[in-house]
Design a protein around this ligand. Sequence first.
Ligand SMILES: Cc1ncc(COP(=O)(O)O)c(C=O)c1O
Length: 407
Amino acid sequence: MEASREGAPGVRLAARIKGLAGSEIRERMKDLAKREIIHLGGGLPDPAFFPVEPIARACAAIFADPTAARTALQYAPSEGHPPLREWLAGYMASLGVPCTPANILITNGSQQGLDLIAKLLIDPGAPVMIELPSFIGALRAFDVMEPRYVGLSADLTATGIRERPRFAYLGPDFRNPTGTSLTLAERHALLDLSDALAMPLVEDGCYEKLRYDGEDLPSLLALDCARKGGIEQSRLLYTGTFSKTLAPSLRVGWIAAASPLIARLVLLKQAADLATSALNQMIALALADGILDSAVAQVRGVYRGRRDAMLAALADHMPAGVQWTEPEGGLYIWLTLPEGMDGGELARRALIEHGVATISGAAFYPIEARPNTLRLSFSMVPEEAAREAVRRLGLLVEDMMGVPAHG
Ligand SMILES: Cc1ncc(COP(=O)(O)O)c(C=O)c1O
């Protein structure tokens, strides 16, 4: 038996596990304990702004009421805690997606939503269209189902597409990893493409609420509902989450889609974990009904300041030839280094020699990798630390480019 196929002596692993790599981000997260590292790596919300008190009050209220306490500790329905499904249906309607609870499945974070959608739609070898670069967590969820990746073409047309992809996966707002967003015209072009190919779109709404400048744009699902007359006529699947607005450890996310798709996803959810924690869903509901808007307003203010500090530091410290995105929201800035430079090498040296954790861009490309890229996350670093981290990165880039340091 092949050694690489063995998980432990005598334990043969399924073929699909062979290509699965550990996440560089998760590895870097282990460094969090080390105080001296400045973390521009993982896309974590800053725990200093978690709504600790409101969560404590919500828990106390649940456990003070014996009926609520029993519900909280029992298996929830696989579809989700009914009042939260109801709330989410209203929330999606407020975003231009009129729907009912039958259009909502509550998941363990939106990551589980992506996993269940992969199981629903991907057969081994089937084409799946992705933006390049794309969110690593989505790629890992898709990888397990062994798709064949096809890059979304820059002109968003079907030119050159010979086989209809099972779906295209997109982050329309401040996407992970680049921080960039789709314009309204691009959103319409994608819906045209989806219609031309009869191809579902999987819309990742993770960062939708974290806008710092400019006007909110309608989601792809909202635009499609307007085009088609309702969610039941749409072939889009939308994933949402409370992770970046309340707290990731609640693990409460959701999928919104046409009810026949939700009914099938419920079967996959049952096979995966039976249900999301009722307690966590009840806490999420109490906060969604209460402090969600003020929590969002607070983190928006904090992250806006951090983004501005990092953009200013990049302008001050990066040598000519380095480019970066200027996101209107989200948690990420994407650096493009001069052609030929290795973002992986930069990330390694930045961590080891300069105590700055970043993520090399190559990890976000399952195909057509562009190694001269790097993702910086500004969510975890106060403004002074961001400036210092970027100063160190600038010196390192100059060193790697062979240009004399300008201090
Ligand atoms: C684009 C995107 N989608 C989904 C997720 C998963 O988030 P969660 O499972 O916590 O909802 C993340 C997490 O960082 C993300 O960046």
